[in-house]
Write a protein that binds this ligand. Structure first.
Ligand code: UD1
Length: 458
């Protein structure tokens, strides 16, 4: 477990990447958020599409790139591998992989502290350089987040994995070959690993039990533009036929559905009204059903979705997080804040990650009635064999939220603290703000545009 100081340092580094003015926000709550915000490009697509550019023989152009620190970190990693990264205008990146080189391990290691993306460089680096060195991996502190599926898939394709004192060294002396792979769980990252590795492997790869999140489908679209041959069958099986060369791509990123869902919850919990420009119904259907059941109102328009509190009380619900097309694990944190204001007892079962309710302690400090059952409540299917994944949060409401001094523990937990503070009846201080900039672009400006009452402090 990382120390409080390390987390604070990570937050400062992430905030500095996007020019955040300070690392603490003082929020005077109790005011409904009203107005319009734009959903940025999807964090979970943009960073992967950037890695895919390494596979091309010519430059790639990515549009609607979110202004978040995770994008900055991946840009620096690509630069460390010799990719020329330029931004001719806001939200556009040109990635030129003409001169791919071995990076200094220390450079990647220093960057990796706050990102799990390095593991996805494996396939492209094996094809370009015959070797990939992967440091110990960071990312949000929401459980162990192992990489065994990634390494097993690479081994199945012919890679040799050696653990060294620096991290993991992966080589493929004979190149990668297509393989039959079945994931023990439809992991997003492991599916992307197979896609990014199999597109240039010899022969056909069959990937069973793959994740089919919208961001993965968008990554497949990117790879197809580059020249890849990939098809998906109805039972979560993806086939990838390896090709000899790939070119660069021009692609506009999908909108960030996690950001859109977060602003929707912000509207509901502050009894406000927010139009999220760029949000699309298709990728949010499961979220919209839950939003409606809780008592939120929404209106799907041509250019976005309006979310608002229609008055009256909110309803308790039972939700289970799941892989797509289920209720996404990244939506539960802002939803939990909303449920503190619903009438009755709600239950949120977390079945994707093993430790994603740590953020609720601070909400309890703010007045919420939340009891976390580490071993779950009902017999929810274990989704990853051998690992204990069921956790349930029982939320009883409504309870007024009060001001508090809280530290952001991770990306999504962090946003949930912001909206709890905005809904609270007094002043709150939320520190480690930089961690939120890993995934929410211009969130301070967006809060100001929605009429939030706050100051940023160092
Ligand atoms: C991605 C998303 C994250 C989202 C998650 C699930 C990015 C940058 N992040 O994370 O926002 O919450 O998908 O939708 O896209 N697992 C293993 N072994 C592995 C890999 C995963 O046991 O080798 C387990 C994990 O510990 C976890 C579960 O599988 O319990 C899901 O992980 P995964 O889908 O891989 O999530 P990420 O790709 O890390």
């Amino acid at each position: 477990m990382d120390s409080v100081d390390e987390l604070a340092q990570d937050a400062r580094n992430a905030g500095a990447e996007v020019g955040l003015a300070g690392d603490t926000i003082v929020i005077r709550g109790g005011k409904p958020l009203r107005g319009e915000v734009s959903a940025g490009g999807a964090k979970n697509l943009a960073t992967k599409a950037m890695v895919a550019a390494l596979l091309g023989e010519s430059p790639s152009i990515l549009q609607d790139v979110p202004a978040i620190s995770d994008v900055q970190i991946v840009s620096r990693m690509l630069e460390a591998y010799g990719v020329a990264v330029t931004s001719p205008e806001d939200g556009v990146l040109v990635l030129d992989p003409a001169n791919v080189v071995r990076a200094h391990f220390a450079q990647i290691d220093a960057l990796a502290g706050s990102s799990r993306i390095p593991i996805l460089f494996c396939g492209p680096l094996l094809h370009r350089l015959g070797e990939a060195l992967i440091p110990d991996l960071g990312g949000c502190r929401i459980g162990d987040r192992p990489i065994d599926f990634h390494l097993d898939a690479l081994r199945a394709m012919g890679a040799i994995v050696d653990k060294s004192y620096e991290g993991i060294r992966i080589t493929a002396p004979d190149g990668l070959t297509g393989a039959n792979i079945e994931l023990p769980f439809p992991s997003v990252g492991a599916t992307e690993q197979v896609l990014l590795s199999a597109v240039r492997a010899r022969g056909v790869t069959e990937l069973k039990n793959a994740a089919i999140e919208p961001e993965i489908m968008d990554l497949i679209a990117v790879l197809q533009k580059m020249g890849a041959i990939i098809w998906t069958e109805a039972d979560r099986t993806i086939f990838i036929e390896g090709v000899d060369t790939l070119t660069g791509y021009t692609h506009r990123s999908l909108f960030d559905r996690n950001e859109a869902a977060s602003w929707a919850c912000a509207a509901l919990v502050t009894r406000g009204d927010i139009f999220v420009k760029g949000a699309r119904q298709q990728e949010l259907m499961t979220f919209l059903n839950v939003f409606r059941k809780v008592g939120g109102a929404f209106d799907v328009r041509e250019d976005g979705i309006r979310f608002w509190h229609p008055g009256g009380s909110l309803n308790a619900v039972q939700v289970e997080t799941d892989v797509h097309p289920g209720f996404m694990t990244d939506w539960q944190q802002p939803l939990v804040v909303v449920l503190t204001q619903a009438e009755g007892t709600s239950i949120v079962h977390e079945t994707v990650y093993e430790n994603r309710f740590g953020f609720t302690d601070a909400l309890v400090e703010m007045g919420a009635d939340i009891v976390v059952h580490q071993d779950g409540l009902a017999s929810v299917t274990r989704r990853v064999p051998r690992r204990k994944l069921e956790q349930a949060a029982v939320i009883t409401g409504p309870t007024p939220l009060h001001g508090a001094d809280v530290r952001v523990p991770d990306l999504r937990g962090g946003f949930s603290y912001l909206i709890a503070a905005l809904a609270a009846d007094a002043t709150s201080r939320v520190s480690n703000l930089g961690l939120i900039s890993r995934g929410y672009e211009h969130f301070v400006d967006k809060l100001a545009a929605l009429g939030a009452d706050f100051d940023i402090e160092d």
